[in-house]
Structures are given as structure tokens and as C-alpha cells.
Design a protein. Structure first.
Length: 114
């Protein structure tokens, strides 16, 4: 089961933060979302996520790094937060973490289905 973590800033310390979390949690697989437009087209966000993915594969060669389609995960996260009684406008900082949970849970569910 996936649980939320605070989102890391996309800055010069991102990979250091990830390395610490990977070590602390004994992670062997990293799942990263790949934002694609609903039409299936690649966007600048896709390019940015691809860049992070490639950097992860270079820095953490001993881990499985998986990229998954994240279409509609933000919508799903907003719905979940709303159902929990949180106004998404007031809690935008939680949306990214909630969307990451959806991405990871979808990946884990896919593993269990196969």
C-alpha cells in the first residue's frame, strides 16, 4: 500500500533527498510519473520528467527505476482529498503527494494483477 510523503522541491538537493529516503526506507524500486497530455502528446512537463528519470537511472544504477503514465492522477488525487473533506485550493501542497500515492498504488496494483 502506498503512503504519502511530502513532495521534494525540484532543486539542486533533489537527488540528495532521494538518496537519503532510499537509504532510510531500503528502497529497491523507484516509480516516477511521466506526465503526458490526455491526447497522448509529449509536453514540456514530459521532457522534464524524462530528464529526472534519466538522471535517476544514472545515479542509482543498483535500483529499478520505473516510469509510468500519470494521466488523470492529479484529478484522482483531488477527488480523494475532496472526499476526505479537504478543499484542494487550500491544500495544493498536498495534491502532488496525493497524486504520487495514486501513481505508486496504480503501479503496485498492476504488479499484483499480473
Amino acid at each position: 500500500m502506498a503512503f504519502p510523503r511530502p513532495a521534494f522541491a525540484r532543486d539542486g538537493e533533489l537527488f540528495d533527498h532521494l538518496a537519503g529516503l532510499i537509504e532510510e526506507e531500503g528502497v529497491d524500486t523507484v516509480v516516477i510519473g511521466r506526465p503526458i497530455a490526455l491526447s497522448g502528446r509529449v509536453t514540456s512537463s514530459t521532457d522534464d520528467a524524462d530528464s529526472v528519470y534519466h538522471e535517476l537511472t544514472q545515479r542509482f544504477r543498483n535500483l529499478l527505476i520505473v516510469q509510468v503514465d500519470e494521466r488523470l492522477t492529479t484529478v484522482s488525487a483531488q477527488k480523494s482529498l475532496s472526499e476526505a473533506g479537504l478543499k484542494t485550493k487550500a491544500h495544493r501542497d498536498r495534491i502532488d503527494s496525493a497524486a504520487a500515492v495514486v501513481i505508486l498504488q496504480n503501479y503496485v496494483d498492476g504488479l499484483n494483477a499480473g
